[in-house]
Design a protein. Structure first.
Length: 183
């Protein structure tokens, strides 16, 4: 990359801030903007997306760690699945054509967009509570964080298997797309 793309740094910081605030991440979600709106070549767009990811998530990780808002146990449980799947996706990207990878990107982005529109109704959440307690037991049915300000945040644990499956698919997807579209 040359200095002709200097303007990408502030755009990357802006995208990273939006990503951290919304909980969306990965170069996969920023690369289409860089390709379509800015007309950057795919290899430059992927690089800009990765820069966005690194700056955004490093700063967000630091801020959340300072406020003690990170559930390290949950993070570790997801990383154990996502890292190997991302590596598998990176390896598989060498065997899959760029056009097929672009279709995977489009379908994946559509699935993510649709998942944001799907929110369980309150009555469905109430019906899930007994099943969560049955599957996880009383101690494991809830996770708790105490923030730097002393506020206690409690979250109900949902289907851990489904969460790991979705995280694994996401890791595979990121591995496929982040390395494969530039080819």
């Amino acid at each position: 990359m040359t200095l002709q793309y200097w303007f990408m740094f502030p755009i990357a910081v802006l995208f990273a801030t939006i990503a951290m605030a919304s909980g969306v991440g990965g170069a996969t979600f920023f690369s289409p903007f860089f390709i379509l709106a800015l007309g950057l070549p795919p290899e430059v767009a992927i690089g800009a997306g990765l820069i966005t990811e690194v700056f955004g998530f490093a700063s967000g990780l630091f801020a959340y760690a300072r406020k003690r808002l990170i559930d390290y146990r949950l993070g570790l449980a997801l990383l154990v699945v996502t890292i190997p799947m991302a590596l598998l996706g990176t390896w598989a990207a060498g065997w899959i054509g760029p056009d097929i990878l672009k279709v995977i990107l489009g379908v994946g982005l559509l699935a993510v967009a649709l998942s944001f529109l799907r929110a369980p109704e309150h009555k469905d959440v109430d019906r899930m509570d007994p099943f969560i307690l049955q599957e996880y037991g009383s101690d494991k049915a809830e996770t708790s964080l105490t923030t730097a300000e002393g506020e206690e945040i409690r979250c109900k644990v949902c289907n851990g298997t489904e969460g790991r499956l979705i995280a694994g698919i996401g890791g595979l997807f990121v591995g496929l797309i982040s390395t494969g579209l530039a080819s």
